[in-house]
Design a binder for this molecule. Structure first.
Ligand code: DGJ
Length: 743
């Protein structure tokens, strides 16, 4: 049983294959957190409550405040004594803060419920159990249901909360996080994925001191800067050893991930919608639903966490029919033409691409309204026939080549210089009396309003119905600011950020329902909205506008720490690179892009012939290896640093039958010998053959080295495999195949 209830001790035990999570209902009726960690088969004591210590629980009398400030809570509330940051803060009809939750009832159910209006994981054919733990505030007549779903195989526990107002009054929610739990500090560090535009999701570790250590967004999207994920690591944790708690939020708007170290050296770990700029009016009979949090624990380092998240996202979050299919290799005209194209140009890029084996042409920004620069026309989702003729003619010309066709939209935006804005200036988010802040010369549509969502959606749907389009890139090129809606009252303005995200989710749900075969790729100025919420709608997300192979190493490493490689849009682009001006070998650009959903971002006609000649082989490699990369286990073997400037990772079939090693030299170093990389995921007693994948490189003088060709699994994992020392930006792919099962 994944979930059991010990009636005598009033304890819930949630069990996955390798973890346990224990909740206790205290004598006073609080839902307390007793344990999360390595799997236990027994749990009798409730030492975590420290009930025998000062201040004794004392039935909520004299030292209640001190008691509440040290009790490990499951869903802490604010205003009645616990002065640590709460998960829930509610204001009553007089505006006073205060909420206190007591156990009411529970049920243990089969299956995994959805969450109205929000993305949520699903059982996906597995036998999943859910605990509904119902708490109540008798003064407010507020019912808070905590949902815990247990995914044993993936070692995942999901959590969310539903907050229902059963009174006749109207309240205001000031804070409603998705999950929280308390535990004693064990010298934890916080790991987050931080960055900037074109430098997204770099792995960052920092110690946790007293007070709050946090990641967050108030940008209206998950953001380039901080991702809705964090991990708590025991210090000294690495890829293969140490305690790791992963906390991932399935949400695409303002978020908060937080570890608070309190006076008692306890850590409160929590995450959810960022309470900054948030308030929610909860009328009589209404319910507020929080987004879902996805928790995991590993006692064996970060790689186990990565595998849990990859398996879970692939199996229980991504719904697209494309999830398990080989995605078409695409070519996108953005970096090839920017706004300077017409139908003939698109067809000529497609034709050259088709000759090399590329399978889909994507027409990016600039095909609609009067959009010849990024200064205008967002919202005018009508084909610019002067520029590209009839869309169906263009699509049919590309299809006649034997390719699929994709198109770009930026549905959430409005340009001040657009027919849409001239007709509806109040449709943009703006604060009364202030000139709204422009970014990329554009404003954000007020997607909290249904009539605006309906109008934009019908414009998009009309374009998609007018031609056989296979793929949509849904872009979003600025953060939200000027959070004011012309249609909301004073209280409603506090709901705007969240209602905006609900609006985006509703539009994407409509899109994939009305066009069920569509391959949807989300994007936000590169990877500004790379989160588990978006993956519920699209199986892939453009990872970054930075397509430089070397910059991509850290971006893709951070992204792949949590998100499956099949979700990372990764393309080969021209050199010098548009973002950093670097020249890297065409081969290395492709080897790095092979780690994601593969494509090209260039005009093949402008490539040197020697590079163009490599494309058919790169297409072949994608076809040979992508499903292994998409579905297999991903192992980071080395991350480049000044002393050892090379990156190395491995994708291994789950049964250990085959693998692909990717090795990238960031900078060459003189007087160094070959590197030993220690392979992972192989069967110890099986014998393997290792082959360099079709070497097509120009030999830079390091070719004297002969790669080891055969080895046993245990030998390759423990004694290592030698890779030659390479020159700047050179790379190698090695295919590993099991040739004998057991010896
Ligand atoms: C940002 C995206 O990341 C790019 O790939 C491209 O689509 C531009 N927007 C178009 O405006």
């Amino acid at each position: 049983m994944a979930i059991t209830f010990d009636e005598q001790n009033r304890e819930f035990m949630l069990s996955t294959d390798h973890t346990s999570y224990v909740i206790k209902i205290t004598d006073d009726g609080y839902a307390a957190h007793l344990y999360y960690g390595k799997k236990l088969n027994h749990f009798l004591q409730d030492a975590g409550l420290r009930e025998g210590e000062f201040p004794a629980p004392g039935k909520l009398l004299r030292e209640k405040g001190t008691y509440l400030s040290s009790l490990p809570f499951e869903y802490p509330t604010e205003g009645v004594g616990d002065s640590r940051p709460g998960a829930l803060s509610v204001r009553n009809e007089k505006g006073q803060y205060g909420c206190e939750l007591f156990y009411k009832e529970h049920s243990i159910e089969q299956g995994k419920p959805g969450i109205p209006g929000l993305p949520a994981s699903f059982a996906g054919g597995e036998d999943i159990q859910t605990l509904r733990l119902v708490l109540t505030d008798p003064v407010l007549a507020l019912t808070v249901t905590l949902f815990y779903s247990v995914f044993p195989k993936e070692d995942i526990i999901t959590r969310s909360a539903a907050i229902a107002n059963d009174s006749a009054k109207t309240y205001s929610i000031a804070r409603a996080l998705s999950a929280s739990f308390d535990m004693d500090d064990r010298n934890f560090e916080m790991l987050t994925l931080d960055g900037a535009w074109a430098r997204e999701r770099h792995i960052c570790r920092r110690p946790i001191g007293y007070g709050v250590t946090a990641a967050r967004s108030v940008r209206g999207e998950s953001g380039h800067q901080e991702n809705p994920f964090f991990a708590l690591l025991e210090s000294g944790t690495d890829r293969e050893k140490g305690d790791v708690y992963g906390l991932l939020l399935m949400y695409s708007g303002n978020h908060l991930e937080m570890a608070e170290k309190s006076q008692n050296n306890m850590i409160r770990a929590s995450l959810g919608i960022n309470p900054n700029f948030f308030s929610w009016k909860l009328g009589s009979g209404e319910t507020f639903y929080t987004p879902e949090a996805v928790l995991t624990y590993s006692d064996s380092g970060l790689t186990a966490m990565t595998h849990s998240y990859h398996d879970f996202i692939r199996g229980h979050i991504i719904r697209s029919p494309w999830r398990e299919k080989l995605r078409p290799i695409l070519i996108n005209n953005w970096e090839a033409t920017y706004f300077n194209f017409d139908a003939d140009k698109i067809v000529s890029i497609a034709k050259d691409a088709k000759d090399c084996g590329i399978e889909m042409m994507v027409m990016d920004d600039g095909w609609f309204g009067k959009r010849d620069s990024d200064n205008c026309a967002l919202g005018d989702w009508f084909v610019n026939e002067e520029k590209i003729g009839k869309l169906s003619d263009l699509v049919n010309r590309v299809k006649a080549l034997g390719m699929k066709f994709g198109i770009w939209f930026e549905p959430e935006m409005i340009s001040p210089d657009s027919d849409l804005y001239r007709a509806h200036p109040d449709w943009a988010l703006q604060i009364s009396g202030r000139t709204p802040t422009l970014a990329r010369n554009q404003l954000v549509l007020d997607l909290s309003r249904k009539e605006i969502r309906d109008e934009i959606y019908s414009r998009i749907a009309n374009v998609l119905k007018s031609a056989p389009i296979d793929y949509v890139k849904w872009d979003m090129n600025r953060n939200l600011s000027d959070i004011g809606s012309a249609a909301a009252d004073a209280e409603g303005q506090g709901e705007l950020f969240h209602r905006y995200v609900l609006g985006v989710y509703e539009m994407q749900e409509r899109l994939i329902t009305d066009f069920p075969d569509l391959l949807l790729e989300n994007c936000s100025g590169g990877g500004g909205r790379f989160d588990a919420g978006m993956l519920y709608y699209s199986p892939q997300i453009w990872c970054s506008d930075d397509t430089d192979a070397i910059e991509r190493l850290r971006i893709q490493e951070g992204t792949g720490l949590v998100y499956p490689l099949s979700t990372m849009g990764a393309h080969v682009s021209k050199c010098p690179n548009e973002q950093v001006g670097r020249n890297t070998p065409f081969e290395t650009r492709a080897n790095v892009a092979l780690a994601g959903t593969f494509g090209y971002e260039l005009n093949i006609a402008n490539l040197p012939e020697k590079d163009r000649a490599l494309i058919p082989e790169q297409v072949r490699r994608y076809h040979e290896f992508h499903m292994l990369i998409a579905d297999g286990d991903y192992y980071r073997l080395h991350s480049w640093n000044d002393e050892e400037p090379y990156d190395c990772w491995m994708n291994t079939e789950k049964d250990g039958s085959c693998a692909l090693i990717t090795y990238v030299q960031v900078l060459g170093r003189p007087s160094t010998c070959s590197r030993k990389v220690y392979l992972r995921g192989l069967v110890p007693d099986a014998e393997y053959e290792i082959q360099e994948v079709n070497p097509s490189r120009v030999d830079m003088g390091y070719g004297r080295f002969t790669a080891q060709k055969r080895g046993y699994g245990d030998e390759l994992m423990n004694a290592g495999f030698l890779v030659p020392s390479l020159g700047d930006y050179e790379s190698r792919l090695y295919s590993v195949k099991r040739v004998r099962e057991n010896s």
